[in-house]
Design a protein around this ligand. Structure first.
Ligand SMILES: [Zn+2]
Length: 343
């Protein structure tokens, strides 16, 4: 009796220590302990030799022993199943990765960055300034005194708390601030959002984006202006694009010119965008008016300069053939996601 109990105890220690790393080992365990000729059965067979008065207690011990072996068998089986499962689910490093969905830059940002990068290569620095301006920086300093008729072209929004404040109509106000604080040579571009009191339509909006440029130094000539802008157009639109200058009028430049490029949409054959002329206006430019230089204490006998200004939306329209200005600010992802992958 005593011997049998010791034997059971030894078997239990063996069972507790048993391990299996594959299905064959689990099966071997089952046969050894739980099979028809297994140890559990053989220990059970000893029951007949147990005295009657101890049969009940011994039966309990045998039963516990059997459960102990069965539990261990289940545990071993489960561990093998789990490891097979995890092998099946393990990461296959040879598979291609799932694409990470990324956003896209706004088309206006893409084009503004391209413009900035082209002028940076020519040595232009970038300046920014406030969108809420005072009358002087937006109009007065730019040779647009009160009652000047050219102000009508640039009607804007005024701040009700202080009518001297307004939303800037061009980024020339930033040029004004640069000339206030910097002595020539000055070579800056001023990208930014500007405002006009316009009815919103496919062709006009109450806000849009500009990049203006200013170059002041000794001996800056109209030839420098033309060469700079010609370089810009070739970098932006390609070498085969043609350029023409038309005389124009701006209060802050003299002489002034508007610059057209050959229409990229119809290849100069005539379309709605170029109004069937084959040419599209992309910017205004000119030699800085001596009065503007004098406004900032810059000697106009010693220094000359040129300035230009373009609408980012217009450049974007020509580059991506976007024909409705409103699309830029509607936040429609069907429109915006077309620019995924653009730089
Ligand atoms: Zn055209």
């Amino acid at each position: 009796m005593e011997q049998l109990l010791q034997q059971i105890e030894l078997y239990k220690q063996e069972i507790a220590a048993a391990e299996a790393t594959n299905a064959d080992m689990v099966e071997a365990f089952r046969i050894k302990y739980l099979g028809t000729k297994g140890l559990v059965k053989s220990v059970m067979g000893e029951m007949k030799n147990v005295p009657n008065d101890q049969k009940k207690a011994f039966g309990q011990i045998l039963n516990d022993f059997k459960l102990f072996a069965e539990n261990k068998f289940e545990i071993l089986k489960q561990s093998i199943d789990d490891s097979q499962q995890s092998t099946a689910n393990s990461i296959d490093l040879s598979l291609p990765g799932s694409p990470v969905s990324v956003g896209t830059r706004h088309p206006l940002s893409i084009v503004r960055n391209q413009i900035v990068s082209i002028f940076k290569r020519l040595g232009f620095a970038v300046s920014e300034g406030p969108e809420i301006e005072d009358d002087w920086h937006n109009f007065g300093a730019m040779n647009l005194p009160e009652d000047h008729p050219a102000r009508d072209m640039q009607d804007t929004f005024y701040i009700s708390q202080n009518p001297a404040w307004l939303l800037r109509t061009h980024t020339s106000s930033v040029q004004a601030r640069v000339m206030e604080h910097q002595k020539p040579p000055i070579r800056v571009i001023c990208p930014g959002r500007v405002y006009r009191n316009e009815t919103i339509s496919a062709r006009a909006h109450c806000f849009f984006h500009q990049v203006e440029g200013l170059y002041i130094d000794e001996n800056v000539s109209f030839a420098d202006l033309k060469q700079t802008l010609y370089f810009f157009v070739q970098e932006m639109f390609g070498k085969e694009v043609k350029v023409r200058f038309r005389p124009s009028y701006f209060p802050f430049t003299e002489p002034s010119a508007e610059m057209d490029i050959s229409c990229l949409i119809c290849d100069s054959k005539g379309c709605n965008v170029c109004k069937h002329t084959g040419w599209v206006e992309i910017l205004g430019s000119g030699m800085v008016h001596p009065k503007v230089l004098e406004n900032f204490g810059i000697d106009s006998n010693k220094y000359t300069g040129f300035a230009f200004g373009m609408g980012v939306e217009r450049i974007c329209q020509l580059k991506y053939q976007v024909n409705d200005l409103r699309l830029y600010s509607q936040n429609d992802v069907r429109f915006l996601k077309q620019f995924t992958g653009a730089i």
